[in-house]
Design a protein around this ligand. Structure first.
Ligand code: OAD
Length: 235
């Protein structure tokens, strides 16, 4: 029998139980930092040092945390399904838990690239992107083209290069699973709309989520508990 396809869209909530803060919950990252200062194109142009410091801090925090049971259960779905994870998270916890197909919609904090490395041929210029692990990046650190290194993050105000790939994944899915995202940030928030008619959509989130679609079943639990319930439903 051919395996069914699951598209899993995750947000900060899936990593919350690993100890990484979410963005918009009470006490979330955007309570302490203005995203327009630390995570936007304009912020980068105004004060690149501040942006580098913010992502140096994220990298340093990521060094200290591990995947949780929700990441592991998502990875284990690969035993029975074709699983594509589309994550808005810039952490590497899905990969560390064993997921083998992960699309990072908003970039990866453990990678950097030089400024001005885009061209018509490869748009994002993946060839300039490299792994920096958990190291710091400072003003004056340069890439292969001689330009300042920047986080490999999709800043507010930038296009989302992996969106087409994500749309293709969702439109071919037999099941869509959404875990731990407030669905406030577009275009990621609109991805579920590409699911074909009749495709069941599960949402795992302890809070209300602004998604009004008759196909949706809301599992109102934290990610680790919700994933156990989801696995029980679909296996
Ligand atoms: P948000 O902080 O906006 O939303 C986090 C969601 O996780 C909320 O719906 C919470 O209810 C839920 N949540 C909290 N704890 C949870 C838990 N233990 N288990 C499951 N869910 C839990 O984060 P995102 O939706 O991921 O982009 O934010 C989207 C984007 O906004 C991020 O990728 C980031 C941010 O600005 C960039 O920086 C480009």
């Amino acid at each position: 029998m051919t395996k069914r396809r699951i598209a899993v869209l995750t947000g900060a909530g899936v990593s919350a139980e690993s100890g990484l803060g979410t963005y918009r919950d009470n006490g979330g990252l955007w309570d302490s930092y203005d995203p327009m200062e630390v995570a936007s194109v304009e912020g980068w142009m105004r004060n690149p040092g501040l942006v580098l410091d913010f992502y140096n801090m994220q990298r340093d925090k990521l060094r200290t945390v591990s995947p949780n049971e929700a990441h592991r259960l998502i990875a284990s779905l690969e035993e029975d399904f074709i699983v594509d994870v589309i994550t808005q998270n810039v952490d590497n916890l899905h990969e560390k838990a064993g997921s083998t197909h992960v699309v990072h919609l908003h970039g990866e904090v453990t990678k950097v690239r030089p400024e001005n490395c885009c061209n018509d041929e490869d748009g994002f210029s993946e060839k300039y992107v490299f792994d920096i692990g958990y190291d710091k990046v400072c003003l004056g650190d340069k890439g292969a083209n001689g330009a300042q290194l920047r986080p490999h993050i999709v800043f507010f105000g930038e296009a989302v290069p992996k969106m087409e790939r994500a749309i293709d994944i969702v439109s071919r899915a037999d099941i869509v699973l959404i875990v731990g995202t407030s669905l406030q940030v577009y275009p990621a928030a609109g991805l579920y709309r590409y699911a074909s008619a009749g495709t069941p959509i599960y949402i795992i989130d302890p809070s209300d989520v602004p998604l009004y679609d008759p196909r949706v079943r809301h599992i109102r639990k934290v990610a680790t508990e919700g994933m156990k319930e989801f696995v029980g439903i679909i296996k």
